[in-house]
Design a protein around this ligand. Structure first.
Ligand SMILES: *Cc1c(COP(=O)(O)O)cnc(C)c1O
Length: 404
């Protein structure tokens, strides 16, 4: 038994170094260029926050930190775990600590850990008493908090008029919970060309932060205000405030077509964003199917003529949407090649006639450019009936990420 065990060669845990899976490439130049664009838009008075929730919008937290950490002023995440991962990465790679703000809901246990890690948190409801007690009992350092005011998204926080009633007790915990700022999040800046609703949210926020400052007897000039995500930071200048929380834009993607149009009008110039991510895959097999052959589950595609196909070891498990069945395109040797039949869990079959020679391995660009052709996250989103945010965020956490 033992000798059998010993003779098994070790299997690599990361499947990225094998040619058997797809991989993601990140461009640090693109990160730097996007940061520069937003620095210009925001000007000197506003700090640049980078949102790295959702495994950095599917780009991979670690690779994104390598490209972005030193270029932004603040990092935003959703979970305590993500914040702890950033602190671990900073220590392991000898980077100076950046401010980190947790936007999501956390437990008292997590609040305590975050106080020790010098991570700040958003207060999204009025259950902060448990946090205060845990910190007091442990004699931990104070936790810096930001009060989330709900100005019309209907998600975290409470409306401006309830802020004092809900958060007045924070004053009793001022040694444990230091109120450093207040925030809100827009509901409708991306999908419209006019910002009426956002303007009303902004007015409600200004009321809320003033009420909070008065209720807690704080100087409202010292409270940080953070309101704008990517779209608002571009198209609604008054929302830039102390810190902008920029997510999708730093990855080089636009929140929407409307935002891109509005940006030109508001800025009076084109803002150039550069997509950071490419997704590629090497074929596991290239072969010829004869005329009349069917392709894939359900026999939804039939070859009219003899067809050169490449089988790629990538599928909906990895985040390649099944909705791209008989609809999507990939790039092979600079040519657009259609997806044939259904996208499967671990396989996609592509017509590479004229783009590849039988028997050769070929590399497909699933997302990104190859020569003069490109497939953007927006193209994929349109084919799949969703938005670019979902396309990139659903890229599997298991995929290998490389710097380009
Ligand atoms: C996700 C998120 C952002 C970033 O939004 P983008 O449109 O990606 O810039 C900012 N603030 C909050 C509260 C968020 O949840």
């Amino acid at each position: 038994m033992q000798s059998t065990t010993r003779s098994v060669p070790p299997l690599s845990k990361s499947n990225g170094d094998a040619h058997r899976s797809s991989w993601i490439e990140l461009s640090n130049d693109a990160f730097a260029s996007n940061v520069q664009q937003f620095r210009q838009v925001l000007g000197e008075g506003t700090l640049l926050g980078g949102v790295v929730k959702g495994n950095a919008y599917g780009h991979g937290l670690e690779g994104t930190l390598r490209g972005l950490h030193h270029l932004v002023d603040v990092l935003y995440v959703i979970t305590a775990q993500e914040a702890a991962s950033i602190r671990e990465w900073e220590q392991a790679s000898h980077q100076t600590r950046r401010r980190v703000i947790v936007l999501g809901a956390i437990s008292a246990e997590e609040a305590l850990a975050l106080a020790f890690l010098n991570v700040e948190v958003a207060i999204t409801d009025d259950t902060f008493t448990g946090w205060g007690s845990a910190i007091r009992e442990a004699g931990a350092p104070a936790l810096h908090v930001h009060v989330h005011i709900d100005t019309g998204l209907g998600r975290e926080g409470y409306p401006s008029q309830d802020v004092v009633e809900r958060f007045g007790d924070l004053g009793q915990w001022h040694r444990e919970l230091r109120v450093r700022g207040a925030m809100t999040h827009f509901a409708n800046t991306e999908d419209v060309l006019e910002q009426g609703y956002a303007t009303r949210q902004l007015a409600a926020f200004d009321d809320g932060i003033a009420a909070l400052a008065q209720g807690l007897d704080l100087d409202d000039a010292v409270l940080e205000a953070h309101v704008a995500a990517t779209a608002a930071s571009i198209v609604l200048p008054r929302s830039r405030k102390t810190i902008a929380r920029v997510g999708i834009g730093l990855y080089g993607l636009w929140p929407s077509r409307e935002t891109r149009l509005s940006a030109r009008l508001v800025l009076g110039r084109a803002l150039e964003l550069e997509p950071v991510l490419s997704w590629r895959c090497e074929s596991q097999l290239v072969k010829t199917l004869s005329a009349g052959s069917y392709v894939g589950y359900g026999c939804t595609y039939r070859c009219r003529d003899e067809t050169e196909v490449a089988i790629f070891p990538v599928g909906y498990f990895d985040g390649y949407p099944r909705a791209l069945s008989n609809t999507g395109h990939v790039l092979v040797n600079g040519r657009r090649c259609p997806v044939l039949g259904r996208v499967m869990m671990n396989h996609v079959i592509v017509d590479v006639t004229g783009a590849a020679n039988s028997g050769d391995r070929v590399t497909a660009t699933l997302l990104g450019s190859d020569g003069r052709e490109s497939v953007s996250a927006e193209d994929m989103a349109e084919w799949a009936g969703t938005i670019n945010y979902e396309i990139v965020t659903r890229l599997g956490g298991h995929l290998a990420r490389r710097e380009r």
